[in-house]
Design a protein around this ligand. Structure first.
Ligand code: TMP
Length: 208
């Protein structure tokens, strides 16, 4: 039985997820005693070890199907060891990326079959899906410019504008298909305005 609340943050590169997830954690701490801030790929020692394989190296280091399998190996460990136990004790879990990233990056951006991804969601997540997914939306070129100004490991950032435009379209399609779970946030604005827009959705959706 799920007692906690599971909120995922999604979006392309440079959408400001990391900043915004920290802001939401601060605000939620005032409402809920137990807030867990985590990320994917990673979030558990095993997941973080797999992350190193995924985010470093040449853009073509892994095929989209191999990437999908590595993402799901990391995700299963993260769900088993961090997310599920936190939800079971009633925590609010804020996760920087989750299953929608695989649908977008490996499915729409790459060529991993939707049927493979759907089967992995069914069998590997065992019903551990977000109550709310916040999709931070902005034009691909704006996000890529922000991400390259920030620097850092950039295997996925190096995949080209066309790839990143496919991601944006995929995220908007996910939101249109699952409006009860997803909310699209305009991320092409200043940090305060985006944080306020996120808070309004969280208050309304989660009845705080
Ligand atoms: P981050 O930059 O948001 O920490 O995420 C690391 C990279 O991993 C990012 O470029 C997106 C990518 N990614 C996928 O391709 N598929 C996934 O399922 C996840 C969780 C992340």
């Amino acid at each position: 039985m799920t007692r906690g609340l599971f909120i995922s943050f999604e979006g392309g590169e440079g959408a400001g997820k990391s900043t915004q997830i920290r802001r939401l954690a601060e605000r939620l701490t005032a409402e809920a005693a137990d807030v867990v801030l985590t990320r994917e790929p990673g979030g558990s020692p095993g997941g973080e070890a797999i992350r190193e394989l995924l985010v470093n190296g040449a853009a073509d280091r892994w095929s989209p199907v191999t990437e999908t399998l590595l993402m799901y190996a990391a995700r299963r460990d993260h769900v088993e060891r961090v997310i599920r136990p936190a939800l079971d004790r009633g925590a609010v879990v804020l996760c920087d990326r989750f299953a929608d990233s695989t649908r977008a990056y490996q499915g729409a951006g790459g060529d991993a079959p939707a049927s493979l991804i759907a089967a992995l969601e069914d069998h590997v997540l065992s019903g551990t899906v977000p109550n709310l997914t916040l999709i931070l939306d902005l034009p691909a070129e704006v996000g890529l410019a922000r991400a390259s100004a920030r620097g850092g490991a950039a295997r996925f950032e190096s995949k080209g504008l066309d790839f990143h435009e496919r991601l944006r379209t995929a995220y908007l399609a996910i939101a249109a298909r699952e409006p009860e779970r997803c909310a699209v946030i305009d991320a092409d604005a200043d940090v305060e305005s985006v944080a306020d827009a996120i808070w309004r959705v969280v208050e309304k959706r989660l009845d705080l």
